[in-house]
Design a protein around this ligand. Structure first.
Ligand code: NAP
Length: 340
């Protein structure tokens, strides 16, 4: 067992894109569990776009100079509560650190499904997949044969949206991503019919070519120009599922997207945003939908795994730059399978 623990702190507020200078790794003695708690050694960490929003001076944001928080999966290595035993694998929110002292009320014991790796609880079966599933089933209320456009389609939520939409018998699937390589991957591996690099010209033109007949649903992870273009492309009774606005997170005072507000009325468009944290009751349904399909191979995981806790800041910044395909997850070196 390591005798020391590492935590990541935010040291300053970024104006624009954050850098490694905004973070510090802080070493301390291994924390000891007090009565009623347990010590967890973290094995997998999620780094997420919302962490960028929390780096700003906003209510509920990260405090400077204290350990950051985020979703993590770890193993109990010492326990002073009968409700957690050594060896238990748990999900909790004290990420961005090698070790965490947790109370049983603050962790979730993870079910184990044959053939499904633990990382799935941070990707397809976790908040990422739940966001995609709620977006399609509760917000868009997707009908068979409907045509979809998904922005940031090669990311965690985007790939899960594409794969779930295919399984839910969507019609034409159009995706946008930040490179031609990602666009090709979406068509070749994820099941999109067509995908484009949003840098390749005005998005309205690119979307017009990719979906000449229009779209029924826009699943929006990005906002900005892509949202404007989608309003124009939506058919009557179209729905916009507002999931995130990542094109604006690193631009202070980013202007709101411009689109024709009359379109919303004349095409009877419904735009609805949501926070996945308000849909925890859908978690079991997601397991019922996704687990048998993962086990049978009809559904695949999309993950970028970064090895070594010391790379967690790089992984986070890389995700903001678009270096990931699928959900980005940082993995402790002990979890790296041995090379053949
Ligand atoms: P992700 O898509 O795996 O990673 C972020 C991706 O955003 C990057 O890979 C990058 O891909 C893209 N990106 C970065 N800057 C961009 C820009 N200026 N314009 C367009 N794309 C840009 O992250 P995720 O966890 O799946 O999250 C996706 C979105 O969903 C985020 O907006 C996030 O805040 C939101 N979200 C919301 C909820 C909720 O409860 N509502 C829950 C989870 C996530 P490219 O290479 O394609 O640029």
């Amino acid at each position: 067992m390591n005798e020391t623990a590492l935590t990541v702190h935010q040291t300053a507020r970024p104006h624009g894109f954050p850098t490694v200078e905004h973070f510090a790794f802080v070493e301390s003695a291994l924390p000891a569990p007090v009565a009623g708690s347990a010590l967890v050694e973290n094995l997998y960490w999620s780094v997420d776009p919302y962490h960028r929003e929390m780096m700003d001076d906003v209510p509920g944001g990260f405090a400077l100079g204290t350990p950051l928080e985020g979703r993590s999966i770890g193993r109990v290595i010492a326990s002073r509560t009968p409700r957690l035993a050594e060896g238990d694998v748990v999900m909790h929110r004290q990420g961005w650190r090698t070790h965490a002292v947790v109370g049983p009320e603050n962790v979730r014991q993870l079910p184990r499904f044959d053939g499904v790796p633990l990382t799935a609880f941070l990707s397809t079966l976790g908040g990422t997949g739940l966001t995609a599933y709620v977006g399609l089933t509760r917000i868009a209320r997707l009908q068979e044969g409907e045509d979809l456009f998904v922005s940031a389609a090669a990311g965690g939520v985007g790939t899960a949206t594409g794969r779930f939409a295919r399984l839910l018998h969507a019609g034409r699937l159009v995706g946008s991503a930040g490179s031609m390589a990602k666009a090709a991957h979406l068509v070749r591996e994820v099941g999109f019919d067509v995908a484009f690099d949003y840098h390749d010209g005005p998005v309205a033109d690119l979307l017009g070519k990719a979906a000449p007949g229009g779209i029924d649903v826009f699943v929006d992870n990005v906002g900005g120009e892509q949202l404007s273009a989608a309003v124009g492309a939506l058919r009557e009774f179209g729905r916009i599922v507002r999931i995130g606005t990542i094109s604006q997170y690193n631009i202070p005072d980013a202007p709101s997207p411009r689109f024709d507000y009359a379109d919303i009325v004349e095409k009877s468009i419904r735009m609805e945003g949501f926070l996945v944290s308000n849909y925890r009751d859908v978690q079991e349904e997601l397991y019922e939908f996704a687990v048998p399909r993962l086990q049978s191979g009809r559904l695949a995981l999309d993950e970028t795994l970064v090895d070594g806790f010391e790379h967690i800041v790089d992984a986070f910044l890389g995700m903001l730059r678009g270096e990931n395909t699928g959900k980005i997850i940082v993995r402790d070196r002990t979890q790296v399978p041995p090379a053949n």
